[in-house]
Design a protein around this ligand. Structure first.
Ligand SMILES: Cc1cc2nc3c(=O)[nH]c(=O)nc-3n(C[C@H](O)[C@H](O)[C@H](O)COP(=O)(O)OP(=O)(O)OC[C@H]3O[C@@H](n4cnc5c(N)ncnc54)[C@H](O)[C@@H]3O)c2cc1C
Length: 290
């Protein structure tokens, strides 16, 4: 089902993001993760797409496999290092396979990236997808703390509006750890006249090193307080601190009436599962687990 149509029936969507595994051992881990997280009845799952190209076939394969497994799947698609012909081919394959949802992204240029063609920005990709075929439900990325390349949050939101005006129907946000960034972003987005649902992106903090790496890459503010509480703790204690933090963060978002939660699972189920178990008193989660 198209995500835009799921939103017509529900006001809260739960989703999990995965990346295509690189070898048979990590494929096994992802199968286990998907199996374990199914009990939360996700409205959709999504599979990332390598802007650099190396894992693209795997993205398509996993998209189809998870659909076969009975899940609603959204495939991520980037335009920065792709020709219009490549995009057109992928879109035809998705449509003929019954995939109805695409997250339209620019991606980050790989080192050997050819000069940008007509699809330079995610808004160009959204417009091209709409021009090619009105079939898909299209989502785009939003950045509560601003995209690292943007001159300002205001400018970034101007370009976000361009993506929505081109035909995007919902926004998934970059990870953030302090809800104040999300609430401020949401207010600015609405003030800019963007009215589509915004789903906050949540990354469980289970490994301080990993969080530092991700925040450095995407420009999100490091949750210094949580990381300092994790110092000197064993992995079990570290997990508990990260899970408790995320339960508090997600609980506040749900109370504020957000349109859903999108978990960056990193292909693991333990932390996401514990967080959702910890949120079972909130009706949008309780309803799923019975
Ligand atoms: C939920 C989510 C999922 C993601 N999944 C993937 C994935 O699967 N694969 C992957 O490679 N990456 C992924 N990314 C990362 C993303 O590709 C990078 O953040 C990338 O740098 C920007 O992509 P975008 O679609 O936001 O680009 P855009 O919306 O094009 O924005 C990129 C930058 O250009 C600026 N800009 C936008 N339009 C214009 C314009 N018309 N003129 C001038 N400047 C403009 C923006 O302000 C911003 O600074 C994901 C990010 C998120 C939040």
């Amino acid at each position: 089902m198209k995500i835009v149509d799921i939103f017509k029936k529900k006001d809260f969507l739960l989703s999990f993001e995965f990346f295509p595994p690189k070898n048979s051992e990590s494929e096994h881990v992802l199968h286990e993760t998907v199996g374990a997280l199914k009990r939360f009845a996700p409205d959709f799952v999504s599979i990332t797409y390598g802007a650099g190209g190396s894992t693209r076939d795997k993205t398509l394969q996993w998209t189809l496999d998870l659909m076969e497994d009975g899940l609603e799947v959204m495939m991520h698609l980037t335009c920065i290092a792709s020709s219009q012909d490549e995009i057109t081919r992928i879109v035809h394959t998705l449509k003929s396979s019954g995939i109805e949802n695409i997250l339209a992204l620019r991606g980050d240029a790989p080192p050997d990236c050819p000069p940008p063609g007509p699809l330079c920005h995610a808004s160009d990709l959204v417009a091209y997808l709409r021009e090619l075929d009105g079939f898909f439900s299209i989502g785009v990325a939003g950045y509560p703390e601003g995209h690292p390349e943007a001159a300002s949050l205001e400018e970034d939101i101007t370009f976000l509006k361009k993506k929505v005006d081109a035909g995007a129907e919902f926004i998934l946000t970059q990870l953030f750890f302090d809800n104040r960034y999300f609430f401020d972003f949401e207010e600015r987005v609405r003030a800019a006249g963007i009215n589509v649902p915004i789903i906050p992106g949540i990354m469980p903090i289970i490994n301080p090193g990993q969080v530092k790496k991700f925040t450095q890459m995407c420009g999100a503010t490091v949750p210094v307080g949580v990381l300092s509480r994790m110092e000197g703790k064993n992995p079990g204690e570290t997990l508990r601190i990260g899970v408790d933090y995320a339960i508090g963060q997600c609980g506040e978002l749900i109370k504020a009436g957000v349109s859903g939660l999108h978990f960056y699972t990193l292909n693991r189920n333990q932390a996401t599962g514990l967080i959702l178990d910890g949120l079972k008193d909130f009706s949008p989660i309780r309803k799923r687990t019975g």
